[in-house]
Design a protein around this ligand. Structure first.
Ligand SMILES: [Zn+2]
Length: 438
């Protein structure tokens, strides 16, 4: 056994499939389980009484008898340069960008600022139990360089990309189609597949890219077909009208991205709230992913994501769940589940707790096509783990006294939980956060 072995013991919960589709077959729950992590991977997992005899006596065991041990959470849409504009008052999308986000993002010309914020951001994700995220940087290549360098130093599986914007943006935040292409390509060659890092080609949205730039983004995806794409789509009515004016030839907003080859199974589209009927087949048939970001959609006043519609068996969309900080108001995927539940309630839909926890673990891993690496407590998988405490606050402990089932405990966690409910986080087998650390 090597020095980098460590085990965690407690109540294990891991999903094998979507409980909405397969019911109780979709998950494994072990009341007293143990996960052995060796060299960043899960080397053994099962009931403690079975796994313990196989352990080397020197292996340290972190025991959490009351806690729930799950795969680390995954957030498929978040902006690391917006950690100091989260909680900015009183504007809808286009004004919010102009007044707050695009002012703050100009600070990222400074590599030192990028490095400082990247470190804060990755600390904050770990405090919230999020071990993988798909991240927007700024237009500055140094913002992506700093982010990848810090994520790589921590051995955290992250997806990120330099934003592309060559119109309708402040001069200090504008690139050109050629420069954006060249900078993205250099970053892909440096970082895509380096350790656990993955690159996402990142046009901010159709409003801020010329046709030449969207075409260059499509060229990058053709040249590097295992890279990802992330952008925004159909978040706000004024945004949609602007896209219609900028691309009069397009049948729809989605049609703009389709024209330039940006749809596909590795493409993640933030929001997709106000889709027209004609846009759904384009997204469904290309197996593109919609990112549902409830705290952001409520805070910016964008609208209610219609999950039932997205899951229409006749034309299903792949959907992931995300925070969208800083339009979103919490880094916590637990708080995000709470708001997702409320957004769905307003439309007479629901989100059972088991489905919620599936979504923020294996479901989001599948949305990113990374289910063979992350999102499960399975032998051979990457050892990213979150440890949750359903009695983290006085109010939670008080409510917990009436909890009788796993589903009730999970629903308590998703309704009242936040970073305080995260007892510990492990990335690639290493403890990176424990609540005692503050
Ligand atoms: Zn966003």
């Amino acid at each position: 056994m090597t020095a980098s072995s460590r085990a965690v013991r407690g109540r294990l919960l891991s999903f094998r499939d979507d409980p909405a589709v397969v019911g109780a077959e979709g998950y494994d729950f072990i009341e007293d389980g143990l996960v052995l992590m060796v060299e960043g991977r899960i080397a053994d997992v099962g009931a403690a009484e079975e796994v313990m005899p196989r352990l080397d006596a020197a292996t340290p065991i972190d025991h959490y008898p009351d806690a729930l041990i799950l795969p680390g959470f995954i957030d498929i849409h978040i902006h690391y340069p917006q950690t100091q504009v989260i909680a900015s008052y009183g504007a809808q999308l286009l004004d919010w960008l102009e007044r707050y986000a695009l002012v703050e993002e100009q600070r990222f010309a400074e590599p030192e600022h990028c490095a400082q914020v990247a470190a804060f951001f990755l600390d904050e994700l770990a405090r919230n139990g999020t071990t993988t995220a798909m991240v927007y940087c700024t237009v500055h290549p140094q913002s992506a360089e700093a982010f990848f360098a810090e994520a790589h130093r921590r051995n955290a599986r992250m997806l990120a990309g330099k934003v592309l914007m060559d119109r309708n943006a402040p001069p200090d935040l504008s690139d050109t189609a050629e420069q954006g292409y060249a900078d993205s390509k250099a970053l892909i060659e440096r970082w895509h597949g380096e350790g656990r890092q993955l690159y996402a080609v990142t046009p901010r949205f159709a409003v801020t890219s010329t046709e030449a730039q969207l075409e260059a983004a499509g060229t990058l995806l053709k040249e590097f077909p295992d890279c990802y794409l992330q952008t925004h789509l159909s978040e706000n009515h004024r945004e949609i009208e602007t896209v219609r004016a900028l691309f009069p030839w397009a049948e729809s907003y989605t049609g703009v991205y389709e024209r330039f080859g940006l749809l596909g199974p590795r493409s993640v589209f933030g929001h997709c709230i106000h889709l027209e009927d004609s846009e759904r087949p384009l997204l469904s048939e290309s197996r593109s992913v919609a990112a549902f970001c409830p705290t952001s959609n409520l805070f910016i006043g964008s609208g209610l994501f219609d999950l039932a519609r997205a899951q229409d068996p006749a034309m299903p969309l792949r959907v992931g769940l995300a925070t969208d900080v800083g339009g979103g108001t919490s880094y916590s995927m637990l708080s995000t589940l709470a708001e997702a539940y409320k957004v769905l309630q307003l439309q007479h839909q629901n989100l059972p707790a088991l489905q919620g926890f599936y979504r923020i673990t294996l479901g989001n891993a599948r949305a990113l096509g990374l289910e063979d690496k992350i999102g499960r407590l399975a032998k051979g998988g990457e050892a990213d783990i979150v440890v949750l405490d359903a009695k983290a606050t006085a109010a939670m402990a008080h409510r917990y006294a009436r909890v009788e089932t796993l589903e009730e405990e999970l629903f308590l966690l998703m309704t009242l939980g936040d970073d305080r409910a995260v007892r510990a986080t492990y990335i690639a087998g290493d403890p990176v956060h424990s609540r005692q650390d503050g």
